[in-house]
Every structure is written in structure tokens, then in C-alpha cells.
Design a protein around this ligand. Structure first.
Ligand code: ACO
Length: 418
């Protein structure tokens, strides 16, 4: 039977339930049997700007993909309209027959048509999305820190004139978190906006896990004027051995509006009595964490990998949205495996912004959309792309000139998995 591809709409709840079941099966998770859980998950699909689509055989859903409207911060603090892609699954019984290809190409073509500037996703496996024009645009690093070897002063506590640290509950996080996050993300290339649902999911107000929700600790930092500037969420295992504490604090999220606030929150986490190890969770690749320790070797990398994937859809709008490190010109010849965003553009760049116009001039750099994704947010260097054979230099020192323009002081980072 050849599947029928359709968008799941709220006027057909049976489609919605079948879609939700297919997502669980596709991610090898236990099926949702509770009717209330099914209804809640289905309701998540109905939010404005959410586009769940599926492949159906009769009433049965065999493949899923959901895209939704997203705002992505680019270098210089501006943001672009992105088509975020999530919940990509194909039942194991239906894999490698082109179902993902069909859903992805339909979704990207519609996003381009709508005027979205780029598409984003977080990939489960690296090899899946390059063929669709996506490239890794940001990474994360997860650290394990041995608090006793860090060299930090064990008597540390926040001086009273430097603000306050307070344990808060999930309800308070839902109240103050969104505004704090908005300020954070404006200064962080690679960060994306968060819906109210994400805050509910992160604080247990909405919870789909098989086990009961266990409230983590939330610690809010307010500056001396009382303004929230940082929020750390973590869980502890409370482990002891032979009368000695062996606890690990596992950080689920750490948001800070400046590196100084980030440093303060790490210091706090590393000072908690009974906690001897801090698992940092996914930190920015250039987190201040190891450098603020008198002994940075007390922090070991547990994991370092790609995180946000980016796919240009509108090259002039994308190149025009960010700011550049200096003034200069560069001709980019961009190739696109799906033909959605290719062409040769003359980029006139400056710290104020960029302008990309079609040109017939000889290209300085020829590269596919997935290589441009790495370069665009400042995570990758053109010289490295050329060295790896992922971009071609058409003129003398083109890669060095590109790096002078695209380089950034801080690396991009996205704290969200979506
Ligand atoms: C953003 C997110 O949601 S990430 C989540 C991704 N989902 C998962 O990891 C869940 C488990 N996996 C799956 O559900 C499926 O295997 C999917 C969705 C990854 C792939 O679906 P399929 O329908 O099998 O893909 P489809 O047949 O359209 O393949 C398209 C191409 O991608 C390739 N491909 C698909 N999956 C993979 C993979 N995991 N690794 C390498 N190549 C892959 C295919 O070989 C094919 O290559 P071709 O164009 O050269 O012929």
C-alpha cells in the first residue's frame, strides 16, 4: 500500500492520536496508552505555527515530521525566521523507502515559499541530514568536574553586595524564566526562542515521561538591583560511601546573561556541601567553566558534539541578517543538494550588517549549504573547510579573507533540544 502524506489537523483527532503513537514507536519509546496522555500530546500539536505531517496507511501513521515557527539569533544580535524541524520518525518496518525524503522535501519547499530564512534541527545521528542541505552550525561540551581538585576556595559564598542566590520552585521559574531567557538569547548567536510549553515541560507542569516527574532544584541569581540574571537547574543523587559524601550534581540547564554570571553559577554549584562532582550538562563550547578553575584539569570533557543544524533557505536574507567582524567583500558560490538556496552572491560585509546580491564575478569560495551553515554562525573556519575539502578556494587567500569577516569572539550555542 503506498502511503498517503498529509498534515495532521485538530479537526481529525484520530490522525493526531495515530501520529503521537507513531512518534513513540519511531523513537523506540513505550507507546502512550493513557487516553489523557494521548490527548495532552495531541494538544501540543495544535499550537499556532506547528505543522505536524505524517505518512498514513489507512488510519495508521507510519512516518512523522513536525515543523514549527522559530526565531534564531544570529551574530550581532538580530534574529531570523526559522523553520524548526522535529519529531522525525519512520517506523522500522517502513525505513529506507524514501518516506523521510518525501516529508522533508515537502516541508522545506513550503518553508521557502512561506519566506523562512533558514531551517533548523537537532540531529539524532550525524549522517541523516547533510543530504538535505543541513550542516552542523553549533556544538556543545559536557564536563565532569571534580570539585575537590578544582582549586576553588571551599569557603566561597556569594558576597552580600553582589546580589542574591535563591532556591525557587517550578512555578517561579515559569514566571521569571521566559523574560530572563529572552534577554539571554538576544546576546547568544545560535539560541532560539522558547514557547510557553517548553517552560511547562522543563518544570513538570506538562510531563509525558513514563516515570513520575521529580522536581529538580532551581537556583535563581538576581543582581544587586534585584533583576534575574541567571538560572541553574540541577538534580543531585545524594550518594554517600562509608560515611563520606560522594554526591553528583547533574546540571540540566544553566542560563546566564553574561560570562560573569555564568562563572558565579558554576562557583555556586561547585561549592554545595555533599557534592563532590558536577556534571555540567551541555555547556557552550567556549564555556568559561574550565578557565575559572584554578586547576582547569579538574574538569574533564565527557562529551563534545554537534548540536544545532542549520539549513539556509534564503541566502540574501540570511547573509544580510548577521554582522561581520570587519568590512570586506566576498563572492560566495553556494551549492544546494535540493536546489532551494543556491546561487552566486557578492557579499558586502561590515560590522553593521551585510548585503548579498547576485553576481557573475568569479567566486572566492564555492561551498555547499551545509559547509556554509558551519561558517555562518562563526563555529567553523573557512580555512578548515578548505583544508578538509568541504569548500573550494577560487581566489588567492579567499579562505583567510572569509575568516576575517565571519569570525566571532564567542562561539554559537543553542541550549535547547527540540
Ligand atoms: C530532527 C529529528 O527529529 S532527529 C530524529 C531522527 N529520527 C530517528 O533517529 C529515529 C530512528 N530513525 C528513523 O526513524 C528513520 O530511520 C529515519 C527518519 C532516520 C530515516 O527515515 P527513512 O524513511 O528510512 O529515510 P529515507 O528512506 O527517506 O532516506 C533518505 C536517505 O537518507 C539515508 N538515511 C536515512 N537514515 C539514515 C541514517 N540513520 N544514517 C545514514 N543514512 C540514512 C537513506 O539511506 C537515504 O539515502 P539516499 O538519499 O542516498 O537514498
Amino acid at each position: 500500500m503506498s502511503p498517503h502524506f498529509r498534515t495532521v489537523t485538530d479537526d481529525n483527532p484520530a490522525d493526531g492520536d495515530a501520529w503521537v503513537r507513531a512518534v513513540s514507536a519511531g523513537f523506540l519509546s513505550p507507546p502512550e496508552s493513557n487516553p489523557r496522555g494521548l490527548a495532552q500530546r495531541r494538544e501540543r500539536l495544535d499550537v499556532p505555527g506547528s505543522r505536524p505531517r505524517g505518512a498514513f496507511e489507512g488510519d495508521r501513521c507510519v512516518a512523522t515530521l513536525r515543523s514549527f515557527d522559530q526565531r534564531l539569533t544570529v551574530v550581532g544580535g538580530r534574529e531570523v525566521a526559522a523553520n524548526a524541524i522535529s519529531a522525525v520518525t519512520v517506523l522500522a518496518t517502513h525505513r529506507r523507502r524514501g518516506l523521510l525524503r518525501r516529508m522533508m522535501t515537502d516541508d522545506l519547499a513550503e518553508a521557502r515559499e512561506r519566506g523562512d530564512v533558514a531551517a533548523t534541527l537537532v540531529a539524532t545521528e550525524y549522517p541523516i541530514y547533510g543530504r538535505f542541505g543541513f550542516g552542523a552550525a553549533s556544538t556543545f561540551t559536557a564536563w565532569r568536574v571534580d570539585a575537590s581538585r578544582s582549586g576553588l576556595d571551599p569557603k566561597w559564598s556569594l558576597p552580600a553586595n553582589e546580589g542574591s542566590l535563591t532556591f525557587v520552585d517550578g512555578a517561579e521559574v515559569r514566571k521569571v524564566g521566559p523574560e530572563l531567557h529572552e534577554r539571554f538569547r538576544r546576546g547568544q548567536p545560535g539560541a532560539v526562542d522558547r514557547s510557553e510549553q517548553v517552560w511547562q515541560l522543563r518544570t513538570g507542569a506538562l510531563w509525558f515521561g513514563p516515570d513520575p516527574w521529580v522536581e529538580p532544584f532551581h537556583v535563581l541569581y538576581r543582581d544587586p538591583a534585584g533583576v534575574p540574571q541567571g538560572l541553574a537547574t540541577f538534580a543531585t543523587d545524594n550518594a554517600w560511601r562509608e560515611g563520606l559524601p560522594e554526591g553528583t550534581a547533574s546540571v540540566r540547564s544553566l542560563l546566564a546573561t553574561s560570562p560573569a554570571v555564568e562563572a558565579l553559577l558554576w562557583r555556586f554549584l561547585l561549592s554545595i556541601d555533599w557534592v563532590v562532582t558536577v556534571d555540567s550538562g551541555r555547556t557552550p563550547p567556549d564555556s568559561v567553566l574550565p578557565l575559572i578553575l584554578p586547576n582547569p584539569r579538574a574538569a574533564r570533557i565527557r562529551e563534545q558534539a554537534d548540536h544545532l543544524w542549520l539549513r539556509p533557505l534564503d541566502l540574501p536574507a540570511l547573509l544580510g541578517a548577521r554582522s561581520y567582524a570587519t568590512e570586506g567583500e566576498l563572492v560566495l558560490d553556494v551549492r544546494d543538494p535540493l536546489g532551494l538556496a543556491e546561487g552566486r552572491y557578492l557579499l558586502t560585509a561590515s560590522p553593521e550588517g551585510g548585503l548579498a546580491v547576485p553576481t557573475t564575478r568569479e567566486p572566492d569560495l564555492t561551498l555547499p549549504t551545509n559547509a556554509l551553515a558551519g561558517l555562518y554562525l562563526g563555529d567553523e573556519s573557512a580555512a578548515r573547510l578548505v583544508a578538509a575539502g568541504l569548500a573550494d578556494e577560487g581566489t588567492t587567500r579567499a579562505a583567510s579573507r572569509a575568516d576575517l569577516l565571519f569570525r566571532t569572539g564567542r562561539r554559537p550555542w543553542c541550549p535547547d533540544i527540540f
